[in-house]
Structures are given as C-alpha cells and as structure tokens.
Design a protein around this ligand. Structure first.
Ligand SMILES: Cc1ncc(COP(=O)(O)O)c(C=O)c1O
Length: 405
C-alpha cells in the first residue's frame, strides 16, 4: 500500500470504498487519457462521471482558469463580476430565456429548483402546494431534500426522517405520473436520460405527455440535466432530443470543465419568484469557475462539435451492439443517447469487467451487478472509441471463457 493509500484510510471517511491496489492513484490527465503514479496510461471512458466533458485539462479551459486565478479568485456575491454575468447570458441565450441561479454542485442546483418550485406554487396557487413528483430509479443528489427526491430507497436508508413533499411515479409511464397528481402537487422533476439509475433515456411520448400534464395542471416541469446536459447526448441539452422545453433546468458536472459548478435556470415568470434573501451560495458563480464554464460552452458550441458527438455516439453504440450480438449469453441490452451509454449484462459480472478493463488500461463504471456505464469525454476520438470496443471484446471473450470473476 502506498503512503497516500494508507493516509486516505486514516484521514478520509470511507464513503467511496476505494480499494488500495484496485483503484489507481491518478496523477495526470489529457483529453480522454489519464495516467497513474506509476506512469500507466488509461483510456478514460468514465470521464470523471460526466464531468470531463471537454476532456482532461483542455488547454483553453486551463488558460482561462490560469488567467482568472491570477486576476481575481473570489469576491462575495454582494459584488458584481464579469465572468458570472457572461456565463449567465450564454446559458440564457442557449436555453429558453429566463434567468439563472448559481450554485456549486448538482444537488445544490436541484435544491434551488425544489425551493423555487415550492415558492412559485404557493404564490400562484395558494398554500398547500408543495409536492414534487419524481421518477423511480432517478438520482437527484445526496442532500436531505435531493436524496428524498431520488427515487431509490438504497440512498435514503438510515437518514430518516426524510424531507416531506416527494412522491414517486414510474419512469416512461405517463399514467403513473398523472395518477400521482393531486391538490398538493407543485411540480414534476425528471432526468431526460436517467444516469445513475442505469442509463435509461426517456421516450418522446412520455416527455411530451409530461409537458401537457404540467400545462393542464399548472405544474412546473423540471429537467435535471446535471448528467445528460452539456452536450452529453449530442445536443447541448438533453431536452432538445424531445422538442420539449421545461420550466426549470438544472445543470452541473461537465459545465465547469472539472471545476465545481451548479446552475438552476428558470424560465421567465418563474425566475422572479426568488427575491433578495430567498436563496444564496457563498461560492456560487465564483469567477474562476464561471470563466472555465464560459470556455466549456464556447467549445461545445463550436461547429461541428455536437454533430461529432452524435456521430461518435452512433459509432460507439454500433460497436456495443456488435458485442451484444457476438456475446448474447453475456450482454442483455445496449442503451443510451450520444455519449452516455450502457451495456446491461445478462450475468452479474459488471464489477469484474470493470476491474479487468482497468487492468488492461481502460476506466469504465459498473452500476450494480449488471450494468456498465460509459461517460467518455466528448472529445474522445473515433480511434479511441474503436480501441475501447476492442478492449471490451477481449474482456467479454475472457468472461465467456470464465476468466474474470
Ligand atoms: C442527474 C443527477 N442529478 C444530480 C446529481 C448530483 O450531483 P452532485 O454530485 O454534483 O451533487 C447527479 C450526480 O450524479 C446526477 O447524475
């Protein structure tokens, strides 16, 4: 065990279950590649869990951050800073109008969405409207409210009493959502592509139906795009795949180029619900993070970046489908959109496959016993994706022969 691994056990609370000798100690990254302390190179298909959207240490992000760090690192939100306003302007122009609130993580962005939804419903429809319907298998964060919004009991156990005011319905089942609406309902929150739950894209009819349901019942529709936004699906926002706009969208992960950020954007009319003093964040909209995010958005918006993400997503999906065909006893399903993809195994070997890929120099993510998730940097090359498919094929071949276990 290296010194760092020993110290990690001694000083850091064990919430991530890192294993010495199994989880590498990473020291450097560039594009879709990362290196450990022994100089071993990894093809990174985990991408910091969708954070490294423009790749590790993108030179333009590095330059923007270096310039800003040397000029002004932080001020209070009592003062104006230019990077914050520039980022907000780009986000508003690239979505559906309205205004933004800046936070530091996905969970905080969702907290802001929950709070503004409750206040808006109370103001527009009277007291007693506070409930938000979310989907089973969803993931919205780990704060007390967002873990309650998360439709998975395993994340909630032990932390009761949970926050009040959340109801659950079945993803991709419009009737299930419609049945949950009552006089307490204020809004509906979903991920257009469920990420942590195992990569399940919403069906177009479901999303369109939710929009109609919300319009009919005067509910706010919230899309949590913390994972599936920022170009991940090959469109800047996941909702663009469905031709449906929400009232509120939340963003985080890939937006900061590796720095912590969270954004809650509310459409015009809803945005004015928050008044001075209603909500705040000391670090929210920090100038360094905002400079990084402005650069990330400029990169994502340069043609043909997103078109290439769609093409690479297609190529990767076809490669995975070929594996599914070649190994029908091992692979049950291929799912995803753009460069958020999953391979569902027919056998509980996800961790073993993840470990074997890592030994071979490739980082992937096992969800539960059966699902392998891929969230590569969007800048990954076609050659690197082809290499990833070859590596996976070798590992599946070994698995078929009973080798990784
Ligand atoms: C869809 C979604 N929402 C919210 C979160 C929480 O984000 P954070 O870990 O930045 O709080 C995540 C994290 O995985 C997520 O995937």
């Amino acid at each position: 065990m290296s010194n760092i691994q020993e110290q990690e056990r001694q000083y850091i609370i064990n919430t991530y279950n890192r294993q010495p000798g199994v989880n590498p100690l990473l020291v450097k990254g560039e594009g879709a590649l990362a290196w450990d302390e022994e100089g071993k190179r990894y093809l990174d298909l985990l991408g910091g869990l969708a954070v490294n959207a423009v790749g590790h240490c993108h030179p333009r992000v590095v330059k923007a951050v270096q310039e800003q760090v040397a000029t002004l690192i932080h001020t209070s939100n009592l003062y104006y800073t230019a990077p914050q306003v520039e980022l907000a302007r780009i986000l508003v122009e690239q979505t559906f109008g309205g205004r933004v609130f800046f936070a530091n993580s996905g969970a905080e962005a969702n907290e802001a969405a929950i709070k503004i939804t409750r206040k808006y419903a109370g103001l527009t429809q009277g007291p007693g409207r506070f409930a938000i319907i979310t989907a089973e298998r969803s993931f919205h964060g780990r704060t007390l409210a967002t873990v309650t919004a998360t439709g998975q009991e395993k994340y909630q156990r032990g932390f009761e009493p949970l926050a009040e005011g959340f109801r659950y319905a079945t993803f991709n089942d419009l009737d299930s959502f419609a049945r949950r609406v009552d006089r307490e309902t204020a809004g509906i929150m979903i991920e257009p592509v469920q990420g942590e739950g195992g990569v399940y894209p919403a069906e177009a009819g479901f999303i369109q139906g939710l929009r109609e349901l919300c319009d009919r019942e005067n509910l706010l529709l919230i899309f949590d795009e913390v994972q599936c936004g920022m170009g991940r699906t090959g469109r800047l926002w996941g909702y663009e795949n469905y031709g449906v706009k929400p009232d509120i969208v939340t963003m985080a992960k890939g937006l900061g180029g590796g720095l912590p950020i969270g954004v809650m954007l509310a459409r015009e009319g809803v945005d004015a619900t928050f008044k001075p003093g209603d909500h705040a964040s000391t670090f929210g909209g920090n100038p360094v993070v905002c400079r990084a995010a402005v650069e990330v958005l400029k990169i994502l918006l340069e043609e043909p970046f997103l078109e290439q993400v769609r093409e690479k997503g297609e190529l990767f999906k076809n490669g995975l489908l070929k594996l599914a065909k070649g190994y029908p006893g091992l692979v049950r399903e291929v799912r995803g959109l753009g460069l958020i993809m999953a391979l569902e195994l027919a056998v509980p070997l996800a961790s073993a496959v993840q470990r074997r890929c890592q030994e071979r120099g490739m980082l992937i993510n096992a969800i539960g016993e059966n699902i392998i998730r891929f969230l590569p940097p969007l800048v990954i090359t076609v050659e690197q994706l082809e290499q990833a498919i070859d590596e996976l094929e070798q590992v599946l071949k070994e698995a078929e022969a009973g080798e990784p276990s």
